[in-house]
Design a protein around this ligand. Structure first.
Ligand code: DGL
Length: 283
């Protein structure tokens, strides 16, 4: 058995890298849906169907758990798949399997509370609150998943999401640091104008933003804490396997990389996400 990691494309390699480093003995299969990326601007129904197809491919390949290393898929598809598809699929497969996302671990890191926690209603004003700014794709922002889920468990955190629709295309087109800094500055200022001040903490809620974390850091007031999804997801996955001995992550240290796009050696951008040279096989 193995751990499947699914992303719309290659940004999820930032998360994958942290998972592999945390569980080096486990067998991993990464699937990049490059033929259909990006997901950030797609209608929700398409994101659900593509994510389900990706999970099926990974379970077929022997995954016991699939991690959706994509905020857009986690925000839009995860709950739907867990409720409407996974129970029947699990039964048909005849073995225990599960699908996990990267938003739960991020929220756990942001609130310090486990997923099950539900808060009492409070009526604090925004000036007294711990204000969390979430930068993400249009799809994740529209889903309001961070606002809804954080509000359920910690009402002294006010969440403001900022869609940054230009960033994924710019990063994929290898935009220069100056242009990226200008775009990030624009999004940070747009968020600040809506809140009336800078956020106290920030979530980089898109796989691609990890590699421009320094640009976000420079655009935010010095020292603004940032919640890093790769580390938060690795922490959560390690704890998950401790609680679920029935799910087997494998012990052979295998590393398989599949793509629905162009197989073969990958370009410099992919190497930046992964942190080294990489070959994809055809999915
Ligand atoms: N992986 C996506 C995410 O984290 C970004 C790329 C896309 O839009 O597909 O939201």
């Amino acid at each position: 058995m193995s751990i499947g990691v699914f992303d719309s494309g290659v940004g999820g390699l930032t998360v994958h890298r942290a998972l592999v480093n945390r569980l080096p003995q486990a067998d991993f299969i990464y699937l990049a849906d490059q033929a259909n990326a990006p997901y950030g601007g797609r209608p929700g129904e398409e994101v659900v169907n593509l994510t389900r197809a990706g999970c099926e491919r990974l379970f077929d390949a022997g995954a016991s758990v699939v991690v959706l290393a994509c905020n857009t898929a986690s925000a839009i598809a995860l709950r739907r798949l867990q409720q409407t598809w996974l129970p029947g699929y699990r039964k048909a497969l005849g073995r225990p399997v599960n699908v996990l996302g990267i938003i739960v671990p991020t929220i756990e890191a942001a609130t310090g509370l486990p997923w099950e926690h539900e808060a009492e209603r409070r009526g604090d004003k925004v000036e007294q609150l711990d204000v969390l700014g979430v930068f993400s794709t249009q799809g994740t922002t529209n889903s309001r998943v961070y606002e809804i889920e954080i509000d359920k468990r910690k009402q002294d955190i006010a969440v403001f999401s900022q869609a940054c629709p230009d960033l994924v295309p710019m990063i994929e087109a290898d935009a220069g640091a100056v242009d990226l800094a200008k775009a990030v500055e624009g999004y940070v200022q747009a968020l600040k104008n809506r809140i009336g001040r800078y956020p106290d903490r920030a979530v980089l809620g898109c796989t691609h933003y990890e590699i421009i974390a320094d640009i976000f850091r420079a655009a935010l007031p010095a020292g603004t804490p940032m919640i890093q999804q790769p580390a938060a997801t690795a922490d959560a996955l390690e704890r998950y396997f401790e609680r679920h001995p029935e799910l087997d992550p494998g012990t052979g240290g295998g590393r398989v990389f599949l793509t629905t796009g162009e197989p073969g050696p990958q370009n410099a951008l992919v190497q930046t996400f992964w942190g080294g040279p990489l070959r994809f096989e055809a999915a």
